[in-house]
Design a protein around this ligand. Structure first.
Ligand SMILES: [Ca+2]
Ligand SMILES: [Ca+2]
Length: 380
C-alpha cells in the first residue's frame, strides 16, 4: 500500500499492535517457529506448586482516608507470573514465555482505582490543564526523520474487522491507522464520546496516562502492583476471579467471543460486542473491576522479555520491583516498549488469552489504540 496513512501505520503501529497481543513477530507462519525458539527460555515445568500462598499485609488505613473511587490494596508477598502453557497466542500454547518463571515478589500496600480511567475523568483533566494527548499532536520530522511532510498527520489505530475469515498470522489485516482519531473521537474523526462518559478513555499513550496520574495526585502502578491487585489475594489462579473462565456458565470479563477478527464475528456472548462501560462485571476480591479485559492498561515498567527470569535467578523475594532499567525485546529491538496488563475486549482464545491474570502485554510507549487505557494507584 502506498497511501500516506499506511506509512504512518507502518512506522507507528507494527509494535502498537504488539500492545494488543504483546507479540509482534507472528507475521508470517514461517516466523512462528523461529520466534518461538528465540523466545524460549529454560522453563520450569507447569505445576501448581510453583505458586506459594499469597501473604497479605495486615495493615489497613482508616477507611475515611480512602480516596473516592479507589480501594486499599494491602500488598504483601505473592507468587507472580504465569505458567506459560496456560496462555496462548494464535492458538499456540505457551508461545511467548515472557511471564515465566513464576517468582516471589513483595509489594507495599497502596490505593488503586476501582475502574479503568473513564472519558469523563480524563475530560476533567484536559479541561483543567489544557493537556493535548500524543494522538492529537502532529507527528514531527524529528521523530520520523524519513517521513514525507504530507504523511505526518495526527491519528491513532483502530481495530477494523475483516470482511471475511483471514489467516491470523498477519495482524495488519485488522488494524488501521485512522487520521483524526483520538480520545475524543475513539472510532474515527466522526465519532464522539457523547454518551460514553463511563467508557474507559482510549487512544492514550504512556505519557498521557502518566500526565493524568500526576494531575490526579496518583501514579501508574508498577507491573507487580498491578498483578498483586488483580489476583485479589488469591494464590496462583488463572483469572482475576478464579480458575474457571465461565463460572456457572457466565463470563466475568469483557473479552471476545466468536470468529476473530471478522465483521460481525464478535457474538458478544459476554454482554458486549466491542468496548464496554467500566464496571459491568463483578469486581474481584479487592473490589477492582475489569482487571481482565475491556481495555489493556498501561503500567509503569519498561518491558523486558527476560525480566522475570532475572528476578527469579536472584532466588530472593523481590521487594517492590520497579521494572527493568531498560527495555529489551530482542524480537523487535527498534521499538521502545512499556508493559501493558489485563488484555482487552479483543482477546479471544482463538488468538490471544492475555486476559489471564499472570500474563503480560507490551507496546511502543508513544503508540495508542482503541483498546488501550489505564488506571492509577496512590501510595499511602
Ligand atoms: Ca465482549
Ligand atoms: Ca482492563
Amino acid at each position: 500500500m502506498k497511501n500516506k496513512t499506511f506509512w504512518i501505520f507502518g512506522v507507528l503501529t507494527i509494535s502498537i499492535i504488539s500492545l494488543a497481543y504483546g507479540y509482534t513477530k507472528i507475521i508470517v507462519p514461517k516466523k512462528e517457529i523461529a520466534v518461538n525458539a528465540a523466545d524460549c527460555h529454560e522453563l520450569p515445568s507447569s505445576n501448581e506448586s510453583e505458586f506459594k500462598p499469597t501473604i497479605e499485609n495486615k495493615f489497613k488505613p482508616n477507611s475515611d482516608k480512602t480516596p473516592k473511587g479507589m480501594v486499599w490494596i494491602p500488598g504483601g508477598e505473592f507468587s507472580m507470573g504465569s505458567n506459560v502453557e496456560d496462555e496462548s497466542l494464535c492458538s499456540i500454547k505457551g508461545v511467548t514465555k515472557d511471564a515465566a518463571p513464576i517468582h516471589r515478589v513483595y509489594v507495599d500496600g497502596y490505593y488503586m482505582d476501582q475502574t479503568e480511567v473513564t472519558n469523563e475523568e480524563f475530560e476533567k483533566f484536559v479541561k483543567a490543564t489544557g493537556y493535548i494527548t500524543v494522538a492529537e499532536q502532529k507527528p514531527t520530522k524529528e521523530e520520523f526523520p524519513t517521513a514525507n511532510e504530507e504523511d505526518l498527520i495526527t491519528g491513532s489505530v483502530i481495530f477494523t474487522p475483516t470482511p471475511s475469515a483471514v489467516n491470523l498470522n498477519d495482524f495488519l489485516q485488522w488494524w488501521r491507522y485512522e487520521p483524526g482519531t483520538d480520545w475524543r473521537h475513539p472510532d474515527g474523526p466522526q465519532s464522539t464520546i457523547k454518551g460514553k462518559e463511563k467508557y474507559p478513555v482510549v487512544h492514550v499513550v504512556y505519557e498521557d496516562a502518566a500526565a493524568y496520574a500526576k494531575w490526579a495526585g496518583k501514579r501508574l502502578p508498577t507491573e507487580a502492583e498491578w498483578e498483586f491487585a488483580a489476583r485479589g489475594g488469591k494464590t496462583g489462579n488463572l483469572y482475576a476471579w478464579g480458575n474457571n473462565l465461565k463460572p456457572n456458565g457466565k463470563f466475568q470479563a469483557n473479552i471476545y467471543q466468536g470468529h476473530f477478527p471478522i465483521k460481525d464475528g464478535d457474538t458478544g456472548e459476554d454482554g458486549f460486542k466491542g468496548i464496554a462501560p467500566t464496571a459491568q462485571y463483578a469486581p474481584n476480591a479487592y473490589g477492582l473491576y475489569d482487571m481482565a479485559g475491556n481495555v489493556w492498561e498501561w503500567v509503569n515498567d519498561w518491558y523486558s522479555v527476560d525480566y522475570y527470569k532475572s528476578l527469579a535467578e536472584s532466588g530472593q523475594t523481590i521487594k517492590n520491583p520497579q521494572g527493568p532499567a531498560a527495555y529489551n525485546d530482542p524480537n523487535d529491538p527498534s521499538q521502545i516498549k512499556r508493559v501493558h496488563r489485563g488484555g482487552s475486549f479483543l482477546c479471544t482464545d482463538q488468538y490471544c488469552t492475555r486476559y489471564m491474570v499472570g500474563t503480560r502485554g507490551k507496546g511502543e510507549y508513544r503508540s495508542a489504540a482503541n483498546h488501550l487505557g489505564f488506571r492509577c494507584v496512590k501510595s499511602k
